[in-house]
Design a protein. Structure first.
Length: 455
């Protein structure tokens, strides 16, 4: 008997994760990822692109659709995944899987939640769908072999791999068998893609890319459940994914073994609304802020980061910042803003783009690509009259990237602090943690805490 194909391995993963035992730590990580994506979507309720997207969605009856997190309205299940994907990605602060070079929170959670809500599924099924999709995305990235190959050819890995991973998540939530899951994977693969150009130029539509990927995965799952056929080998066929997107017909070694759900643990979170490539430098700069005697006196800032990050489109841009999107992608901006102020939030970016101190510090930044640095490595060095202040991310708390329950709850509360939500919204992390510990399982409908744009 021949070995199963990569597509078969992925389809079986989608099928089996609906029922197999998930370890407590995998379940907890899936809940932490859910909390992060949901809080970010709520926080983005008044973002220009979020409001624009909501304005073109049709309203659906509650019994037939799913909920847009940012405002509580009902729309079709596909449009809910689309809107929530846009919203969760709007601040470029959603979680990161560098094996896939992607942001799973805005791809997987919206698709899994929309389908689980529309089908009346349990919180347990939603968590399984999240774990399934996150693991699929990691597996597709193949420890960077596929993820970075996409980037090198001008594709954004998030929407390109994300559509397929969202379809895997959808197949798990919908309880599809292997054949139907294969069809869902094929339908998503055949329509996937997304370019890096908007990140390079400071355009706004990278938000749309991840929302569309969540929509594609959702619709692929629904169409497969309705009997629509996709190709048998969409990943490795002669005109399939690897050939078209990566320029190779040789599957990576990682695709020869089944996805493992504990891969979800490689995902890390982002404290600041900047490109993931800039997060390590941002954390190091923020840590230096209290020690900097006088930011106005700074004459030089050396920033050492991973060489791939230094070459990523948009990171090398050093102003002027005509859009907040240019600032979010810029390494120099992230470091300058956090050295100057110690904390930044998305709603502050427009002001910071023209902040005299920030723009002055941007001019002092020199980015040094480091081929041997990992993705969470960065060193920021600032010469001062009393000596050079230096901070490496190894000196910063690990929880800046890998949250435990306490830091996840704190991040949730911090993210929604300025959002006009019902008071019970602050209890959501604790309710989910109680369920993980054996408490009552809340219904999905009881988890919604939407923002009020009129407040």
């Amino acid at each position: 008997m021949s070995d199963p194909t990569p597509t078969a391995l992925l389809a079986r993963h989608a099928r089996d994760t609906r029922h197999v035992h998930l370890t407590p730590d995998v379940r907890e990580k899936a809940v932490l990822c859910l909390l992060d994506a949901y809080a970010l979507a709520l926080s983005a309720h008044d973002d220009q692109t979020v409001v624009a997207a909501d304005s073109v969605l049709a309203t659906a009856a509650p019994a037939t659709g799913a909920t847009v997190w940012a405002n509580g309205r009902h729309t079709s299940v596909g449009d809910a995944a689309l809107a929530n994907g846009i919203d969760a990605h709007a601040q470029f602060q959603d979680d990161t899987d560098m094996d896939a070079w992607a942001h799973p929170g805005s791809l997987i959670v919206p698709a899994a939640w929309a389908l689980a809500e529309q089908r009346g599924e349990s919180l347990d099924v939603l968590v399984r769908g999240i774990a399934s999709g996150y693991t699929a995305l990691n597996w597709l990235g193949a420890h960077g072999t596929v993820g970075h190959a996409l980037v090198e050819r001008g594709f954004r890995a998030s929407p390109t791999l994300g559509s397929i991973a969202a379809a895997v998540s959808a197949a798990t939530v919908l309880g599809l068998d292997e054949q139907a899951a294969t069809n869902a994977i094929g339908l998503a693969t055949d329509t996937t893609g997304g370019l890096l150009e908007p990140v390079r130029t400071g355009a706004q539509d990278w938000r749309w890319q991840n929302g569309v990927a969540a929509w594609r995965g959702t619709m692929a799952g629904l169409l497969a459940a309705a009997g629509v056929r996709g190709p048998a080998e969409p990943l490795t066929g002669p005109q399939g994914f690897l050939t078209a997107f990566c320029g190779t017909d040789s599957p990576p070694d990682d695709w020869r073994t089944a996805p493992a759900t504990d891969a979800i643990h490689v995902v890390w979170f982002k404290r600041y609304p900047v490109l993931g490539d800039n997060m390590a430098a941002a954390v190091a700069a923020a840590s230096l802020h209290p020690e900097l005697p006088d930011p106005h006196a700074v004459t030089r800032i050396d920033v050492h980061i991973n060489a791939h990050f230094a070459a990523y489109p948009g990171t090398s841009y050093a102003g002027p910042y005509d859009t907040v999107e240019q600032a979010m992608a810029s390494t120099a901006f992230a470091v300058a803003a956090l050295l100057a102020h110690g904390e930044i939030r998305h709603r502050d970016l427009a002001t910071l783009c023209t902040d005299p101190l920030v723009t002055a510090l941007v001019e002092k930044v020199t980015v040094v690509p480091e081929p041997d640095y990992g993705f969470l490595d960065s060193t920021v060095a600032v010469p001062t009259a009393g000596g050079t202040l230096t901070r490496h991310t190894a000196d910063c708390p690990r929880e800046e990237f890998f949250r435990d329950r306490a830091t996840a709850a704190a991040a949730f509360h911090r993210t929604v602090a300025d959002v006009p939500v019902a008071p019970t919204g602050g209890e959501l992390p604790e309710r989910l943690f109680d369920w993980l510990d054996g408490g009552t399982e809340p219904a999905l409908a009881d988890l919604f805490v939407h923002a009020d744009r009129e407040s």
